[in-house]
Design a protein around this ligand. Structure first.
Ligand code: 0A1
Ligand code: ZN
Length: 882
């Protein structure tokens, strides 16, 4: 299918060409229709002038014909004031303008195109293109161009395979002293004849696609530092934020320097410009954006201080800083040919940031967190109507494909490639960068570079093009020979569900990392990477020495070596053994999870789990506190729900989950007090050990309260009062809110008083209340109606709506759905990207038990008659197909 269409002799086509789908008239774009652009843009000069109620953009594009075809420029939401080619003004009739596309049919081969447009960023609430962020004194204007926002700034061949050199002049009132664009500042000054206005000219020497363009008009303070690259380049590092937030930029600055060093050591990649800027913005749809030399960050992903930021958030600030920095090579210098290749830059960059993070904390915990996230979100996505491969073959709105499949599954595929190649992986990435630097390429190019050292991984293409989560089942048999030596055979089989609209699934190459353990001594005998490539395969371990001739136990899928559902035939005793003896922390945790699933999904008794988990927990407390805390994990309701494909009853699932948690809490009743007291509040330190202790203290507090330990209410209150950082304070606050502490309202008020000037902390305040188990839908609706529930700030919306949606017993009710869908409907008009992302949470409506299933369907159908945006329309259409 898709692979065939990418062969060299495949018919070429224009990616902007659209076709109507058979079912509902939505216009789809197909990967098979790709054709290269007919014109290149040798250079671009932009002049962006910001006025009180509008902006004008003058651009000069020096274009050169590369292939036969029209000169095509894309533009939306703006007024075209003038256009000329080689200084000849074009009038209507010289060009065609429809559906956001400006076409000139007989343009010369060398065309200097001058365009002047007018738009109103002051009215742009979409957080795409040039938009307004903040209000009053805090107002600023920023851009978001990925994936198709540049066409909202000016007419341009806005596609990732058109790379150009940008010079940008910015002009604005002096109340915006901070004027930034990509590259280096080459000139600045007062506008002649207008002492209230000033300008700055920026030049970026590197060729880039328009989605990496950025500019900022603001009034910001700056934190500066520097870094000397391995190549000897002195790079000026700058983080721009509101003056009162500047003190919260040090963590990010250190992370930036660590990332620069890490990429030099691990991938041999150095930074290539003299300046690296980061700008913090409160109104942003995603985490951050890797614009060349000028990253724009959601404040929640760059600001961090012990008093206002939890450890988990602060750790993710570091990994997002790393992610955006790593994009400089994986995404910017080597970019994507078209948006179908999005996972090429995102999967690889997520894999790189995960590897960076694993070097900065317990690698087992890093892997647990990455896999938990994959299972809770990506597996759910892949199990429903939104299922798509990491490289989709068609889309209506590319913004709908910034998914966990593209990002997280994409990263898992890169991880499999890296593990399969071993040492050759690094040579493979070197080849990739050398071969494709400055180019816009495809997933096939990536696989061909990795395969250039001799070992081919090109067959991994099927992972990129096939949707669905493979299910791997397995069992083992053992033949004992003489002298306690035997032959062990492991049989593995794979099966992937057929997703509607895709070909019958093929067998994929699945690397299964295994280790053999001696059942009597608990010792590790042997480690081996098995490559399952067929539907069923036997793997033989010859001459396995055992201590007493007992069949060894195989630990499979160590470190989650492939993104599959593993169904290996383990007894509860086997899992308890692995929880006790595995040397791989991830698989220890995985064994506990498998025991939990046997109880919650197969109705097993909890006894074996309780004994095994207690033992493992107590042995880990001193050694790795964070891992000890994770060992107690019970999968979230959302994750448990993804295993249920019909008649899902949220209240029954919740009841079972709560019951198991209560059992565990009771079973370890005596341990909580002891462990909590071993973890006194200490001076704040940002080390893995200190973070581990804080995480454990919060988990133990929660378990003690679940167990009904009376004094734990006092511990919570005391912890709230004496907290030295946000992890401690929020852990205590959540405990007091969730367990109905008599001082619940008082501490919520205290928290509000302390932090109401800190938007990101207020997000936590909203989130704790929306996540409060005792809160009714009316309470959640009341949070949404508050004046400080800011519809222009996605962080605030997600704080409430995200915590609400994490509670299936509330979401999947008539009122719950009404409340949730009303938010989507409202955002459809102002911020379609966010509206569509929120809507995707409802994709598994059809698995619910009646009558909620029909209720959900009716509400979604009703919504489909009201929504306007392409984003929400596409998502709704797909979701309703289930
Ligand atoms: N490329 C960014 C993610 C991103 C995507 C779209 C955005 O706006 C609609 C913003 C950011 C990353 O992977 O970090
Ligand atoms: Zn990214």
């Amino acid at each position: 299918m898709i692979v065939d269409s990418l062969m060299p002799d495949a018919p070429e086509h224009n990616p902007e060409a659209v076709e109507a789908t058979a079912d509902n008239g939505i216009q789809k774009i197909y990967l098979k229709d790709y054709t290269p652009p007919s014109y290149s843009v040798e250079k671009v000069e932009l002049d962006i002038k910001l006025f009180e109620d509008h902006a004008t953009v003058d651009s000069v594009l020096t274009m050169k014909r590369q292939h036969p075809g029209d000169l095509v420029l894309l533009g939306q939401n703006m007024e075209l004031l003038a256009i000329s080619i080689n200084d000849e003004a074009l009038v209507e009739g010289d060009y065609q303008l429809d559906e956001g596309q400006l076409t000139v049919s007989d343009a010369p081969d060398d065309a200097v195109v001058k365009i002047c447009v007018h738009h109103q960023p002051q009215k742009n609430t979409e957080l795409e293109g040039l938009y307004i962020a903040g209000e009053g004194d805090e107002v600023m204007f920023v851009t978001q161009c990925e994936p198709e926002g540049f066409r909202k700034i000016t007419y341009y061949p806005d596609r990732p395979d058109v790379l150009s050199v940008f010079t940008t002049r910015l002009e604005a009132d002096k109340k915006f002293p901070t004027l930034l664009a990509n590259g280096d500042l080459i000139e600045s000054g007062e506008v002649a004849g207008d002492s209230n206005r000033h300008y700055a000219i920026w030049h970026d020497v590197s060729k880039k696609p328009s989605y990496l363009f950025a500019c900022v008009f603001a009034n910001l303070a700056v934190l500066e530092d520097s870094y000397t690259t391995i190549e000897g380049r002195d790079v000026k590092l700058q983080i721009y934020a509101k003056a009162y937030d500047i003190d919260k930029c040090h963590v990010a600055m250190q992370a930036l320097k660590d990332s620069m060093h890490w990429d030099e050591v691990n991938y041999g990649r150095a930074y290539d410009l003299d300046r690296y800027m980061i700008v913090a913005v409160s109104q942003f749809n995603m985490g951050a954006m890797e614009n060349k030399g000028l990253n724009i960050f959601n404040t929640s992903c760059v600001l961090s201080s012990p008093e206002t930021t939890t450890d988990a958030r602060s750790f993710s600030v570091k990994s997002i800083i790393a992610h955006e920095y790593f994009h400089n090579w994986t995404g910017n210098r080597v970019t994507c040919r078209d948006w179908f290749q999005l996972c090429l830059k995102e999967g690889l960059t997520v894999y790189r940031d995960q590897s960076f993070s694993a070097d900065h904390q317990s690698p087992a915990v890093q892997r647990i967190d990455d896999v938990s996230m994959l299972r809770a979100y990506q597996f759910t996505e892949d199990a429903g109507p939104l299922s798509h491969p990491p490289r989709p073959s068609s889309f209506v709105e590319i913004n709908n494909f910034y998914t966990t499949t593209v990002y997280e599954k994409g990263a898992e595929v890169v991880r499999m490639l890296a593990n399969t190649l071993g040492e050759e992986y690094r040579q493979g990435t070197d080849t990739y960068f050398e071969r494709y630097d400055g180019q816009a390429v495809t997933v096939e190019d990536w696989l061909s570079a990795l395969s250039a050292q001799g070992k081919s991984v090109e067959h991994f293409i099927d992972w990129y093009t096939q949707p669905g989560t493979p299910e791997v089942s397995g069992h083992q048999s053992f033949e004992l020979g003489e002298g306690n030596v035997g032959k062990l055979t492991v049989t593995l089989s794979q099966k992937t569900r057929q997703v509607e609209g895709y070909e019958a699934p093929k067998a994929l190459p699945i690397p299964v990392a295994t280790a053999l353990f001696d059942r009597s001594s608990g010792e590790l005998i042997e480690e081996r990477l098995l490559m399952l490539e067929k539907e069923t395969q036997d793997f033989v371990f010859d001459n396995v020495s055992t201590v007493e001739g007992v069949e060894p136990i195989v630990s499979v899928l160590r470190d989650f070596s492939a993104p599959v559902q593993m169904k290996y035939q383990y007894s509860e005793a086997d899992l308890a053994f692995l929880l006790a003896h595995e040397t791989n922390g991830f698989n220890q945790w995985q064994s506990a999870q498998a025991l939990v699933n046997k109880i919650l999904l197969q109705n097993n008794e909890p006894d074996v789990y309780l004994q095994a988990v207690k033992k493992a927990f107590l042995s880990l407390v001193q050694e790795d506190a964070m891992l000890a805390a994770r060992i107690l994990d019970i999968p979230a309701e959302r994750e448990l729900a993804s295993a249920v494909n019909s008649d899902y009853q949220p209240s029954i699932m919740k009841q079972k989950r709560d019951q198991l948690k209560a059992n565990l809490a009771q079973y370890m009743l005596d341990d909580w007090q002891q462990v909590y007291q071993q973890l006194p509040i200490e001076d704040y330190e940002d080390t893995p050990q200190a973070r581990g202790k804080r995480a454990l203290r919060n988990v133990v507090l929660d378990m003690a309260l679940t167990a009904g330990v009376e004094e734990a209410h006092d511990w919570a209150y005391e912890q709230y009062q004496t907290a030295r950082c946000m992890t401690e304070r929020l852990g205590a606050l959540s405990a007091m809110v969730n367990y109905e502490h008599p001082q619940k309202q008082a501490v919520l008020d205290d928290f509000y008083q302390r932090f109401n000037k800190e938007a990101l902390v207020m997000d936590l305040w909203f989130s704790v209340q929306a996540g409060d188990e005792t809160a009714s839908i009316a309470d959640i609706a009341a949070l949404i109606e508050r004046k400080d529930f800011d519809w222009g700030t996605p962080n605030r919306i997600r704080a409430v709506v995200g915590s609400f949606a994490a509670q299936p017993t509330k979401l999947w009710t008539k009122e719950g759905l009404q409340t949730y869908i009303a938010v989507v409907k409202k955002l459809d008009e102002t911020n379609p990207v966010l509206a569509s992302r929120l809507l995707q949470t409802l994709s598994r409506w059809y698995t619910l038990v009646e009558p909620v299933r029909t209720e959900a369907k009716q509400q979604l159908q009703h919504l489909s008659k009201q929504v306007k945006s392409k984003n929400v329309t596409e998502s709704l259409h797909t979701i309703l197909k289930a």
